[in-house]
Design a binder for this molecule. Sequence first.
Ligand code: NAP
Length: 185
Amino acid sequence: MSRNGKTVLVTGANRGLGAAIASEFHDAGWHVIGTARNANALSSETVDMPLALDLSDPASLRDLTKTINDSGAEISLLINNAGFNPKDKKGDPNYFQSTFKIDHFSGTNVAESMWINALMPTELVSKLLPNPTDDAVVLNISSWLGSIGEKDMGGHYGYAGSKALLNIMTRSQWNGRAHHALRLL
Ligand SMILES: NC(=O)c1ccc[n+]([C@@H]2O[C@H](COP(=O)([O-])OP(=O)(O)OC[C@H]3O[C@@H](n4cnc5c(N)ncnc54)[C@H](OP(=O)(O)O)[C@@H]3O)[C@@H](O)[C@H]2O)c1
């Protein structure tokens, strides 16, 4: 049981910003549910309930939400932090180009970023916090590259497009509880 009675769900809590966020909330007395594609990669020192989630796989999302809902956990804060950047797909050098440059553009590959970074995170909200009038807060981690107003360079169709879509998914949930962390990054 948490010290303050609140539960936070952090996706991608195994490394990077997600691991730091999980650690901060754990230290502040929250019950931390953390996800990673490989749940074994989550630290038991900062994550109380380690669960697997691969956002490219709808069955994985379904399993995760069932486990959480069956556990009776009441989520106060859902942080959609896990994110895919096509530049990290090192095994396939053409992949990044197909999401970055217009002369290599692949709609299929750009859609994969949108799926992982925007559509599945929104489905996670739908399955865990379907009632827009409850007190839970959703924080979607975006990027300045997804800002129509701030993006001042070409390219990055996949990553930037996915974060722009995430921004409008956030705005579409507008009721005071959905926020994006664009300014922080
Ligand atoms: N770092 C920055 O400068 C910066 C700037 C702007 C926005 N952001 C955003 O901030 C968030 C965190 O960034 P970061 O730098 O901490 O990223 P990171 O270190 O690259 O970590 C990314 C996290 O997302 C997970 N992930 C990737 N693909 C996934 C998938 N298909 N299903 C589930 N999880 C997946 C990774 O899991 P694995 O360990 O399994 O790969 C990892 O936990 C991301 O949304 C990113 O777009 C970061």
